[in-house]
Design a protein around this ligand. Structure first.
Ligand SMILES: Nc1ncnc2c1ncn2[C@@H]1O[C@H](COP(=O)(O)OP(=O)(O)OP(=O)(O)O)[C@@H](O)[C@H]1O
Ligand SMILES: [Mg+2]
Length: 471
């Protein structure tokens, strides 16, 4: 029971995560937000460095000024002793309300302490501020060498002033915060504008999605390419092309169904009439005549139904694609054997021209056999009695070539393109047929990756040549 409670939630979570990782909007937003976070981190670091440098500089200036004021106050008294009265201003300049402690030291060039703390640490260079520690207090320290009059030539004293960091750190924080706030506002503003831009940029895409989604099954008119940005227009054009193809296909499908229904209706109506006539007829001879006609009509409908079925099987996607290796010579021999009786009935000389070596092709064996049956059936059907029909199979130019040749009336050049269309029959064609045979041939050959061409046979009839990739 518990598991049942948890599983859908997990599924939802996974769906939500998948939704986020595949969403263009989420991806763009993630990139913007990550960039902004990166920019803010860099900003934080740079503004800290800048504030630190400024506060160091200001403290150093104050330290130097203080050292100078103390140095100015150093004098040599009447006894030749170096004296200093530390001016209050020298120390008051550090009184900024942050409770800083100030330490100083004045020593002569020969090392005598004049005033201040004897153990105050000395910076390495004069007039350069340095961070150090004094009595466990972190301090900034500055030293100044100053000439002193009255103690012989080029005599100097050195004044060292150190101050705790309270005021310096307070200034650094203030500078950092104000700098950072300004930059943060700018970055956030830029981020906001980018996100608004993205949102606006994505709106046409979402509109396109809605336009496609809202369409019913039957609405296949083209979408307006101007509804999206120029970069996305090729997508709209591709969609429109696809819809046009679907529309054409649907129209062809409708035509086919209506043609098929029409083709079926005529012989079925005939069957009905012939059956009524046969039922009413008392004269045996006339009834036999009606029954013969009835049988012929039934055969016609049966033929049409079986051709329709074959055609639907030959259409791409209607069967699981099969790729058997088929020997066309063996297939042709088998087909000719099956149709030998039919040839005999019309006294047609039906022959095979092929070597004993197999001519292999890859494809659906059943469909390839249907193709050959239809070609030979046409040749037998449209060639007058005492004619000749030859089927040939051989390798040609690296391909498998199969041809069917007869010495019948042939097909006029003007109609050679049309005879492959469904239900197309040449006007005046006597024997009954459904007009689907060559359409089946073309579907099968297309499916097997080959070509089919109609030409003139040497004896004046039709020559059908099929070329398939050999294996
Ligand atoms: N060998 C041929 N000689 C002369 N005409 C032919 C030949 N083969 C086909 N035709 C012409 O091409 C037309 C189309 O042939 P197709 O095989 O597609 O249909 P069909 O033979 O009429 O009907 P079915 O679907 O029953 O085969 C035929 O009606 C016929 O007029
Ligand atoms: Mg035919």
């Amino acid at each position: 029971m518990r598991n049942n409670d948890v599983r859908p939630r997990k599924g939802r979570l996974r769906r939500a995560i998948t939704g986020l990782t595949t969403s263009l909007r989420a991806q763009l937003f993630a990139w913007v937000v990550l960039t902004l976070i990166g920019a803010i981190c860099i900003n934080l670091y740079l503004s800290f460095r800048s504030a630190n440098a400024t506060s160091d500089l200001v403290t150093d200036h104050t330290l130097l000024a203080s050292a100078r004021v103390i140095a100015e106050a150093v004098h040599v008294d009447a006894n030749g002793t170096v004296q200093v009265d530390i001016p209050p201003a020298a120390l008051e300049m550090f009184d900024t309300g942050y409770g800083d402690r100030v330490y100083y030291q004045v020593v002569t060039a020969w090392g005598n302490l004049v005033a201040g703390y004897p153990d105050l640490p000395q910076p390495k260079k004069p007039q350069v501020g340095e961070d150090t520690a004094f009595r466990a207090d972190p301090v900034r320290v500055m030293m100044l060498n100053h000439p002193i009059v009255g103690l012989g030539e080029e005599s100097t004293i050195s004044v060292t002033v150190a101050v705790t960091h309270n005021s310096q750190y307070a200034m650094r924080s203030r500078l950092w915060l104000s700098d950072f706030t300004k930059q943060l506002v700018l970055v956030l503003l830029a981020g906001l504008v980018t996100i608004i831009g993205l949102q606006r940029g994505l709106t046409p895409v979402l509109r396109l999605r809605d336009a496609v989604r809202e369409r019913g099954r039957q609405r296949l008119d083209p979408l307006e390419p101007d509804m999206v940005q120029s970069e996305l227009r090729p997508l709209v054009h591709a969609l429109n092309d696809h819809m046009e193809r679907v529309q054409n296909q649907m129209a062809a499908q409708r035509r086919f169904v209506s043609n098929a229904a029409h083709q079926l209706r005529t012989p079925l109506a005939l069957i009905s009439t012939q059956a009524s006539v046969a039922a009413r007829e008392n004269d045996n001879a006339k009834r036999d005549e009606a029954l013969t006609a009835l049988r012929s009509s039934t055969r016609q409908v049966t033929r049409l139904a079986s051709q329709l079925l074959t055609l639907s099987r030959a259409e791409p996607g209607s069967r699981r694609p099969r790729s058997d290796t088929i020997d066309l010579v063996a297939t042709a021999r088998q087909v000719l054997e099956n149709l030998a009786e039919e040839a005999l009935r019309h006294n047609i000389d039906l022959g095979l021209e092929a070597d004993d070596t197999p001519v292999n092709v890859e494809g659906d064996g059943t469909m390839l056999r249907e193709m050959l049956v239809n070609l030979v059936d046409n040749a037998l059907r449209y060639t007058p009695a005492n004619g000749r029909v030859t089927v040939g199979v051989r390798h040609d130019d690296g391909e498998a070539m199969l041809w069917v040749e007869d010495n019948g009336p042939g097909i006029p050049e003007a109609e050679r393109g049309q005879v492959f269309e469904r239900f197309y029959r040449i006007i005046g064609t006597e024997p009954e047929g459904s007009g689907l045979g060559l359409a089946i041939v073309r579907e099968v050959v297309d499916g097997a990756g080959g070509t089919v061409a109609l030409g003139d046979a040497a004896g004046g009839g039709l020559l059908v040549t099929v070329r398939l990739p050999a294996v």
